[in-house]
Design a protein around this ligand. Structure first.
Ligand SMILES: Cc1ncc(COP(=O)(O)O)c(C=O)c1O
Length: 394
């Protein structure tokens, strides 16, 4: 009989099960909403990145349907051959206007935008100076570029400076940070990093995946929030989170974007977005511009929920926005907290090593603009009950 050459994978899964870290995919049986059904259970959903509720917004739904009727369901090609429709160009124009940059290129995902951009703009003689908590897609882009990777401790601008001081003046350098860190919910120190980038002649890049639609005027992101327009050379955003659809984009100068059209491998070698996706994203920008009260509502809900968690006595870390971790330390305890919350009608994902550092396991919560106060209070009551049962709260 043939020996299974992948048997070692089964062994690794067994180890995960023994450690209490094995995760079953939760199945969503309804729309992505604040109260919805996963695995046959009705739950308050604190696990989606659907910050503004746009996944089900009628304007997006309608525009996606219209575009699907007009153009069909797919594009049949990569952007650089036959897969660029006028609707893709319109989306890029609208995003550039929104981000106040010369131009934008849209990728199939935020992951592809980060990985494809870093690997295109850098080569083996270059160096990346990167926050230790930057997203996996940045890390993969750095590895693909073959540039040297120098990591500084989270938000430690002095440490980043020491790294830059130690590098040859003539070497090409990319200084890169997340705008909002996806596991902590805190903000990158953009003004201080922009100062450093200018002092040392670095390319400055910010991944604003969790900030677009959330921070800044009309949700323009952390560049707008910190008032550093014109000081960040490469801005990455995603269309998959607050925008409610799918995709990623890079905003910057016209020459950066044209270079990426020619050299970013996910752009060159992977089929473009279905027209319905592009159309829904354009409608989302309309919503951000015309219905900013949705963003205000997100912030009101964030303040209410965070205040509730901290007054119960949970460790919510250093969050500065709608992502609020409930840090419990031990990985198995985080998974148990998540599972027991689920049984009590609240879905908040447990996150452990290697997604976060060992000893920093947590349940991650994300409130949205569309949660009602009753739903958030229900979730707080469940956290209080399960937190006491598990001995996390006294
Ligand atoms: C900080 C950050 N950057 C990039 C991405 C990737 O975005 P997308 O889901 O559009 O691929 C994510 C999503 O998990 C993220 O959290």
């Amino acid at each position: 009989m043939r020996r299974d050459p992948l048997a070692y994978l089964t062994a690794e899964l067994t180890t995960l099960k023994e450690q209490g870290l094995y995760r079953k995919l939760r199945i969503l049986e309804d729309e992505q909403k604040p109260k919805t059904t996963f695995d046959h259970r009705s739950v308050v959903n604190l696990s989606s990145n659907n910050y503004l509720g746009l996944t089900t917004h009628p304007r997006l739904r309608e525009r996606a349907l219209e575009a699907t009727r007009k153009y069909g369901v797919g594009t049949g090609s990569v952007r650089t051959i036959a897969g660029t429709m006028d609707i893709h160009m319109e989306l890029e124009r609208r995003l550039a206007e929104f981000k106040q940059t010369e131009a934008v290129v849209v990728f199939q995902s935020g992951f592809a935008a980060n990985a494809g951009t870093v690997s295109a703009v850098l080569g083996k003689d270059d160096v990346v100076v990167s926050d230790e908590l930057n997203h996996a897609s940045i890390i993969d882009g750095c590895r693909l570029s073959r540039a040297a990777i120098k990591v500084f401790p989270h938000k430690d601008v002095d440490a980043a400076r020491r790294i830059l001081q130690s590098l040859p003046a003539g070497q090409r350098k990319l200084l890169i940070t997340d705008g909002v860190f996806s596991m902590e919910g805190d903000l990158g120190p953009l003004p201080a990093l922009c100062d450093l980038a200018e002092e040392f002649g670095c390319i400055m890049m910010v991944d604003d995946a969790h900030a677009s639609g959330v921070f800044g005027k009309n949700g323009r992101g952390t560049i707008d929030h910190f008032g550093v327009h014109g000081r960040v050379d490469i801005q990455v955003g995603t269309l998959s989170k607050a925008i409610g659809v799918l995709g990623g984009y890079v905003a910057g100068t016209r020459s950066l974007i044209e270079f990426l059209y020619h050299r970013a491998r996910p752009f060159l070698f992977s089929t473009s977005h279905p027209p319905g996706v592009a159309a829904a994203c354009i409608a989302a920008i309309d919503v951000l511009m015309e219905e900013p009260h949705i963003i205000e509502r997100l912030w009101e809900n964030t303040r209410f929920f965070q205040a509730g968690l901290t007054s119960l006595g949970f460790d919510t870390g250093v969050s500065e926005g709608p992502i609020t971790p409930v840090i419990v330390g031990d990985g198995a305890l985080a998974m148990k907290l998540s599972d027991d919350l689920f049984q009590s009608g609240v879905f908040a994902q447990g996150i452990a090593f290697p997604t976060v550092a060992a000893g920093k396991a947590r349940v991650r919560t994300i409130v949205t603009a569309t949660h009602t106060r009753d739903e958030l209070q229900f979730a707080l009551d469940a956290f209080a009950k399960v937190g006491k049962e598990l001995g996390i709260l006294r």
